[in-house]
Design a protein around this ligand. Structure first.
Ligand code: GDP
Length: 648
């Protein structure tokens, strides 16, 4: 069909349709040009929609966006405006899009404004955190349903502390003396968490002792622990990892109690431990403070009952409640691949009731619960809040910290999994998530009011000096909070903590361990290394004033020498060159120098090896170069190609 005929059919002028086609990305040179059948159909559909929706009175002028990304066609649907209108709005802003182009929520809001719709972002999207916010939403959801719908749930407890101070034995002793399914399942624990029953009440212990696992869960946005128990051996007193664990527990903002372990040992000194903890702002109740400290022996079981009583007391004060009906939500606390059963995950239920047969989503995977197993490996039909349960029926091994959500139908679960996948891709592409610059921007935009710092230094003296200098730095709007400070290199745990609490990691005269460097790279966390204290203070000041902006620099990528000239009527002049250093790539930006004088700046529009067009040419090879807009080469000219990079 010809353009002019289609225009007539649609009641448009041929020129008008021609312009519209060009906007759509279709080549439309003359009104007599024939169009493909699909294009004709597409245009008819678009205009049908436009006429249908042209009655402005019927159109909504507000809408809510619940996703962080969507396609142009989906936006048009959401706004109830015709696709042509929406696409035109993009074009007016100079954005070339197709129906399938994916756009982010902020762009959607702008475009909506252009077509007369006020689009509001659902809270989780506007804060750009997407999946991570799910858990907060669970709690809000519970609260929304009113207190009547809530029932008391077991507290979830994590044990932290220095290596060899008795975390594993303590967990073991508690489990053995109070295991729930003692008769049937015996005491063989199957999963990374267990429940014990004390005086008719259930307590859930996470069996992944150590703050690394604790913070790793938090780093993925999952706060599962209600109470942290810090284990300190009475004979050794506090050690570097005790301090680290304490910082991690404090940053998580959970109640901390202390188990002073190994009191059976002859050199145990309970008072010394209390004294040392007081130096780290943890003051025992009997010393006028608020922290419950219980002397125990994981070996002789001395004090274990007291410890459990105290846990229950704290749980009572926390008044932990959850909605135990409805669709379940939970957090993956452990996962593995079983050769017999396939991928398996242990999930701690946060809200609702998880049942066999439920459709669920975990990150970008979805499925149907095939079986539920409790902590003794027994099959159960349902699991309630505060309960750890092993689930079967997943197609991929999920990461600890991922959120499980139950949906009514398989297709609902599938849709949500797809949205999660998009969100994850976008998060991955978003670049450094924690850096001087990103934090400064957030402060500037009023998104955060507190700057969290983790400080590692070579010696105590420097650490104290840095802390003292930073103690005066804060502004009216923004305070500075030191989450953790210690001597030694920046390690993996520091990065986990940084990720979990959006903290900036600062090193003074220290390095970064290799594992930490990998985490920093993978998760986009900037570690700042300094050797002058003044610079730390200066940078922190700039961050809290919201003044750090990206700095770009020009980086030379190659030097090329012109050796010979070839003139062609079609292409103009090809400079026969030799790559002195670096690597030349096609389309690279280039400066041309004759001696010290810069003659021209432009772009390499064509790059050849012998006669073939190539993408790149390495050092010590010859190549032919054409530069847009420049032909006056002379042998001996030096071409310097460069890239603009963000300065680190
Ligand atoms: P973790 O590294 O913190 O998990 O420490 P473990 O639970 O593995 O304990 C380290 C060592 O201390 C083991 O040899 C335990 O048997 C021992 N231990 C743990 N608790 C006690 C205790 O209360 N008294 C004594 N005497 N030894 C203990």
């Amino acid at each position: 069909m010809r353009i002019q005929d289609l225009a007539k059919e649609l009641g448009k002028k041929p020129a008008e349709l021609q312009k519209f086609l060009i906007d759509m990305g279709v080549k439309a040179k003359t009104p007599s040009q024939h169009l493909d059948v699909e294009v004709v159909e597409q245009v008819r559909d678009l205009f049908k929609e436009e006429t249908k929706k042209n009655d402005l009175d019927l159109l909504p002028d507000t809408g809510i966006l619940t996703r962080s990304h969507l396609r142009v066609s989906e936006l048009a649907d959401l706004l109830k405006r015709g696709l042509p209108d929406v696409m035109k709005a993009f074009l007016k802003r100079g954005n070339m899009v197709t129906l399938n182009t994916e756009i982010d929520a902020n762009t959607a809001v702008e475009i909506a404004k252009d077509v007369g719709v006020i689009l509001e972002l659902e809270a989780s999207i506007s804060t750009k955190k997407t999946i991570r916010d799910h858990l907060d939403k669970i709690e809000e959801y519970d609260m929304d349903r009113g207190l009547d719908a809530l029932t008391t749930r077991p507290p979830v407890i994590t044990i932290l502390g220095h290596v060899d101070h008795g975390k594993t034995l303590l967990l073991d002793t508690i489990r053995k003396s109070n295991v729930i399914s003692g008769e049937s399942g015996g005491i063989t624990q199957h999963i990374g968490a267990y429940q014990v029953s004390v005086k008719g009440r259930k307590l859930t212990f996470l069996d992944t002792p150590g703050h690394a696992a604790f913070t790793a869960l938090r780093a993925r946005g999952a706060q599962v622990t209600d109470i942290a128990i810090l284990v300190v051996a009475a004979d050794e007193g506090i050690k570097p990892q005790t301090v680290e664990a304490l910082s991690h527990a404090k940053a998580a903002n959970v109640p901390i109690m202390v188990a002073i372990n190994k009191v059976d040992k002859p050199d145990a000194d309970i008072e010394r431990v209390k004294q040392q903890l007081a130096e780290h702002d943890l003051l025992a109740e009997e010393w006028g403070g608020k922290t419950v400290m219980v002397p125990v022996s994981a070996k002789t079981k001395l004090g274990i009952d007291d410890l459990l009583d105290m846990i229950m007391l704290i749980a009572d004060m926390l008044d932990l409640k959850a909605n135990a009906t409805g669709q379940a939500k939970g957090v993956v606390i452990e996962s593995r691949l079983s050769r017999k059963k396939g991928p398996i995950a242990t999930v701690l239920i946060k809200a609702g009731c998880l049942k066999v047969g439920d459709f669920f989503v975990i990150d970008s995977t979805y499925g149907k619960i095939r079986a539920l197993l409790n902590d003794s490996g027994e099959k159960i039909n349902e699991a309630l809040p505060g309960t750890p349960v092993e689930i079967l029926g997943i197609s991929k091994v999920p990461q600890p910290g991922s959120i499980l959500e139950v949906k009514y139908t398989e297709s609902e679960a599938k849709d949500l999994a797809e949205i999660h996948l998009q969100d994850m891709n976008h998060l991955a592409k978003a670049g450094k998530s924690i850096s001087l610059e990103s934090l400064s921007k957030k402060i500037d935009e009023g998104e955060i009011q507190k700057l969290n710092l983790i400080i590692k230094a070579d010696v105590n003296g420097s650490l104290e000096a840095i802390l003292a200098s930073l103690s005066h730095v804060s502004s009216q709007e923004v305070s500075v909070s030191i989450l953790h400070s210690a001597t030694g290199p920046i390690n993996e745990n520091d990065l986990m903590l940084a990720m979990a609490s959006s903290a900036l990691v600062i090193g003074f005269h220290v390095g970064i361990t290799q594992e930490a460097e990998e985490v920093a790279e993978d998760d986009g966390i900037e570690c700042r290394l300094y050797d002058v204290i003044y610079n730390i203070v200066d940078d922190v000041k700039k961050v809290i004033e919201g003044l750090v902006r990206p700095v770009f620099e020009e980086v030379e990528t190659a030097q090329i020498e012109v050796r010979q000239l070839f003139r062609f009527s079609k292409v103009g002049v090809i400079a026969g060159c030799y790559v002195l250093s670096g690597k030349v790539v096609r389309n690279a930006q280039v400066r041309i120098f004759r001696g010290k004088t810069e003659l021209f700046q432009g772009k390499i529009s064509s790059l050849k090896r012998v006669k073939d067009d190539v993408r790149e040419v390495a050092a010590n090879f010859e190549c032919g170069v054409v530069i847009d807009g420049f032909i006056d080469f002379q042998p001996g000219d030096i071409l310097s190609t460069f890239e603009i990079r963000q300065k680190k």
